[in-house]
Design a protein around this ligand. Structure first.
Ligand code: CDP
Length: 244
């Protein structure tokens, strides 16, 4: 398939600068039944996350006497994007994304405080426009904090990479699908530890370093929005209105 133009008149397709994030909106505490929840609108992505637990482990024999089991289920709704329409349920991609999200939080959630239980992170993608795993991580961090689950640190991330020969921050769908390289990455806020990193395509070591630096900078902006969402949720008693 022929690669479409990723730059027009020196600008990205949606007019953004190379290091500019898409508009991001985060709302915490949007679901009544879940222990914690968050909705994230990130450009054309819309994801919602609900947290259940710590609760009794199912099946019981899977429980650990030492720690809570952290589980994650990421799914994309059948109407989330053109390619996905008509197909639903778990597939290879959603199984992989569920696994890597779970591993990202494995290092920060203080599971040892809740032996014999499980904590469930459910993320549903309602609309997709490239970067849904990163939007899912942003939502899950806020939802876990909203649930009052103790964490060593918050996680924030962004996808960086190379599209049309340029290093770009927060790849849009066309850049993700047709660019030379896509590297979603997430850091802990305080220590800037990398807790999540995947990569498609190729980057030189120098480009890789530059990508990590700009991702770190962009993640700070995401972190600011995450903490602002949490602050607002404490002020709003009885949950927040979700206008999607
Ligand atoms: O969403 P993310 O970038 O984390 O994951 P991806 O697998 O690299 O997919 C990139 C984008 O391609 C998604 O965000 C969707 O917009 C689109 N996609 C799709 O429409 N249908 C799929 N089955 C997979 C991806």
């Amino acid at each position: 398939m022929e690669t479409p133009e990723l730059f027009k008149d020196g600008k990205r397709l949606d007019g953004r600068a190379l290091d500019e994030l898409r508009p991001i909106r985060i709302i915490a505490g949007v679901l009544k039944e879940a222990e914690g929840s968050a909705f994230v609108e990130w450009g054309g992505n819309k994801v919602i996350c609900g947290i259940y637990g710590p609760r009794e482990c199912i099946p019981k024999h899977g429980a650990s006497p030492y720690t809570a089991l952290l589980k994650c289920r990421y799914t994309m709704s059948p109407f989330a994007s053109l390619e996905e329409h008509g197909r639903t349920g778990p597939n290879r991609r959603s199984t992989e994304i569920s696994k890597v999200i779970r591993e990202a939080f494995g290092g920060v959630v203080m599971s040892g405080e809740f032996p014999k239980t499980q904590i469930d992170i459910y993320v549903d993608v309602l609309q997709a426009e490239g970067g849904t795993r990163i939007a899912a991580i942003a939502a899950a961090t806020v939802a876990l904090a909203n649930a009052g689950i103790p964490m060593k640190d918050m996680i924030s991330g962004v996808a960086v990479g190379k599209a049309g020969g340029q290093l770009v921050v927060d790849l849009g769908k066309a850049e993700d699908n047709y660019g030379e390289s896509d590297m979603p990455i997430a850091f802990t806020h305080r220590d800037k530890e990398i807790v999540f990193l995947q990569m498609d395509g190729k980057l030189t070591p120098e480009e890789l370093g530059n990508c990590i630096d700009s991702a770190m900078e962009a993640s700070e902006k995401v972190y600011a929005l995450q903490s602002e969402a949490l602050r607002k949720s404490y002020e709003a008693e009885g949950g927040q209105e979700l206008d999607i």
